[in-house]
Design a binder for this molecule. Structure first.
Ligand code: ADP
Ligand code: MG
Length: 631
């Protein structure tokens, strides 16, 4: 064992006293002292010089003092007086016993001391009061004693060194053990670290698994919800299916019932189809019969009309303004073809009283003042039917101004007092509708023309007055008479015709002045061209219905008429007389009929004569005032 370890160890265990400074105890010097003393013990001669040396050098004294301190106890007087040959051990033992060591060391030292032999433990003082400092010092001269002390001390130290090195060995062993244990533990730690890292990795893996597990569980809950939804839907569907199955059953039953019904109906249908086909044949047959009947009716109707006379003259007497019949007119009760005009004739001589003369007239029909427009039209309607059957019809209203010509032809606006023109048109349109069922298609064209002073004027003209065109009567190769530049209006209902009548009246009123009632001095001719086609039967018909409101037939003395009036009068008289001549010629079936003598007859030539029907309304009013004029 090296001295430095020993010293370090011992110094650290030495009790420090305030008056001591152990650090200042150089071992070398003490050694030197010890060596010196030991050598001196062998050679007494050297003691002196040694003493001298010590004295000379104050420093070496200190270890002596230190040895005293460490020894800790003043030697008893006996000891001091003991012979030098006595073993020092006993003293040393005593000194050791009072050493400042503690703990394990204390015991070991004590035991070592005990082993040392002679020294009695009881003899060892508990704590030296340091015979060095406080006790009686060895006398300066007691060098031997001092050496003994020192040797004791050395032995003591050696013992200590031994114990310490032993202990050190033990500690080394322990340390090696500890190191091996530490290595073991390090390995264990490393192993455990590895294990921990393994665990951590595992834990990490497990946390992934946990996340996955969480996802799976959330998926599971979603799927569970979905499942429950689907289950409820399934239940609903099941209920629905059940109800539909029930319905299906019901429908199947119904179907079977209906199938049997269908079979029955099919049988019936077959029967019915046969019946229908036979009925169709019947219908075709009946249509043929109907058509034949229609043609027969037309023929017979025409025969009747011809028997009645293709030229007919009706007389219509208008009521007085205050109502009732003029006293000059007598209508025979029960006879609607005769009219008697009574005329009071003054006596030419003045001697006899005035005589009353009766003039009887016969007509195809006489209408009294109470006759309604409807009654009058009923007679004409037969001729209107003829017009639809394809015969030309011409109806005149003749009479003096105010006798009711316009009233008869046009009438008033109210339904009941409508005249011949609107009623005829209405009848024609209705009849055309009915005939459409038999395959007839009709087109109607209307025109309204005025003949004034032997010139033509379009009453349906709606352009500027300044641009009013001139008109001429033209006759085609097929003997059709047309007027140039005239308005021919296509009509298909009654209202359109009423509109045309209104337009004609407007045109007429613009032409007349207050002083000159032009309407009474002109003929107005309404013409409706009728064209019918029965495509299926390849039958056509074409006719014209003419309704003429003639100019006033009142006569005026030539001397009383001048200028424009004279011209008017001449024109009216000319055309009316020519109409009379034409009708007479037709009635007498003369070979020559002077149509060209007046514009009126020339225009109407197609509607007069042949198988045309002509009706003349002789409108009459009181004319008895003529006698008064002669006064
Ligand atoms: P004309 O056209 O012959 O000159 P109108 O037809 O204009 O005569 O008749 C003159 C007036 O006499 C008109 O106010 C008309 O309403 C009336 N009138 C004519 N005939 C009848 C009749 N049968 N019933 C009632 N009023 C009539
Ligand atoms: Mg008139």
């Amino acid at each position: 064992m090296d001295g430095s370890i020993f010293l370090r160890w011992s110094v650290s265990r030495l009790p420090l006293y305030p008056h001591q400074n152990m650090s200042r105890l150089p071992v070398s010097s003490s050694k030197r002292v010890l060596l010196a003393s030991s050598s001196s013990s062998d050679n007494g001669q050297d003691v002196e010089p040694a003493q001298k040396k010590i004295r000379k050098d104050p420093e070496p004294v200190k270890p002596q003092a230190a040895a005293t301190i460490i020894g800790g106890r003043r030697l008893p007087a006996a000891a001091t007086r003991a012979p030098i040959s006595r073993p020092v051990r006993g003293v040393g033992a005593a000194t050791v016993a009072v050493g400042p060591s503690r703990g394990v060391l204390k015991q070991s030292i004590a035991s070592t001391a005990a082993k040392g032999g002679n020294a009695k433990p009881t003899a060892a003082p508990a704590c030296p009061k340091t015979g060095v400092v406080g006790g009686s010092k060895r006398q300066p001269w007691d060098l031997k004693g001092k050496v003994v002390d020192m040797e004791g001390k050395i032995r003591n130290y050696q013992t200590k060194v031994k114990a310490t090195s032993q202990e050190n060995e033990e500690l080394k062993g322990t340390m090696a053990q500890s190191q091996s244990r530490a290595a073991e533990m390090e390995r264990t730690v490393a192993r455990q670290k590895r294990q921990i890292s393994e665990y951590e990795a595992e834990l990490q893996a497990l946390s992934g698994v946990r996340d996955e597990l969480e996802m799976v569980s959330s998926d599971k809950s979603t799927l569970e919800k979905e499942l429950s939804n689907l289950e409820s839907k399934h239940k609903v569907m099941e209920t629905l299916r059940d109800s539909q199955e029930t319905e299906l059953q019901t429908l199947k039953m119904k179907l079977s019932v209906q199938e049997s019904t269908l079979a029955r109906l099919q049988l019936t249908l077959r029967d019915t189809e046969e019946e229908v086909s036979s009925l169709k044949d019947t219908v075709v047959q009946q249509k043929d019969e109907l058509h034949a009947g229609e043609m027969e009716r037309r023929r017979l109707h025409n025969a009747i009309q011809e028997l009645k006379g293709n030229i007919r003259v009706f007389c219509r007497v208008r009521p007085l303004v205050e109502g009732g019949l003029s006293k000059h007119i007598q209508l025979a009760a029960g006879d609607n073809t005769t009219i008697t005009l009574a005329k009071t004739e003054e006596s030419h001589t003045g001697k006899s009283a005035d005589t009353q003369k009766n003039y009887n007239f016969n007509f195809d029909r006489v209408f009294g003042p109470q006759s309604l427009q409807q009654e009058v039209f009923e007679e004409i309607s037969l001729l209107v039917q003829s017009a639809l059957d394809g015969y030309n019809v011409c109806c005149f209203a003749y009479g003096q101004t105010g006798s009711g010509k316009t009233y008869t032809m046009e009438g008033d606006e109210c339904d009941e007092s409508r005249g011949v023109i609107p009623r005829a048109v209405k009848q024609i349109f209705r009849a055309a509708e009915k005939l459409a069922a038999q395959g007839w298609e009709f087109t109607f064209t209307a025109s309204f023309v005025e003949i004034y002073n032997e010139s033509l004027r379009d009453l349906l003209y709606s352009g500027k007055a300044s641009k009013r065109p001139e008109h001429e009567i033209r006759k085609s190769s097929s003997n059709e008479v047309t007027i140039t530049n005239l308005t021919y209006e296509r009509v298909c209902n009654e209202d359109q015709v009423l509109g045309l009548i209104m337009l004609a009246n407007q045109n007429r009123s613009t032409a007349q002045t207050a002083q000159n009632d032009r309407s009474s001095r002109s003929h107005s001719v309404f013409q409706l061209d009728i064209e019918g086609v029965n495509v299926g039967r390849d039958v056509k018909c074409k006719s014209t219905l003419c309704l003429v409101d003639l100019a006033g037939s009142e006569r005026m003395l030539k001397s009383q008429s001048q200028g424009e009036r004279f011209k008017e009068m001449t024109a009216i008289n000319g055309s009316l007389s020519n109409l009379g001549i034409v009708i007479t010629a037709l009635a007498n079936k003369e070979s020559y009929v002077p149509y060209r003598n007046s514009k009126l007859t020339y225009l109407l030539q197609g509607c007069l004569g042949g198988n045309s029907k002509t009706l003349m309304f002789v409108n009459d009013c009181v004319i008895g005032t003529a006698s008064a004029n002669r006064k």
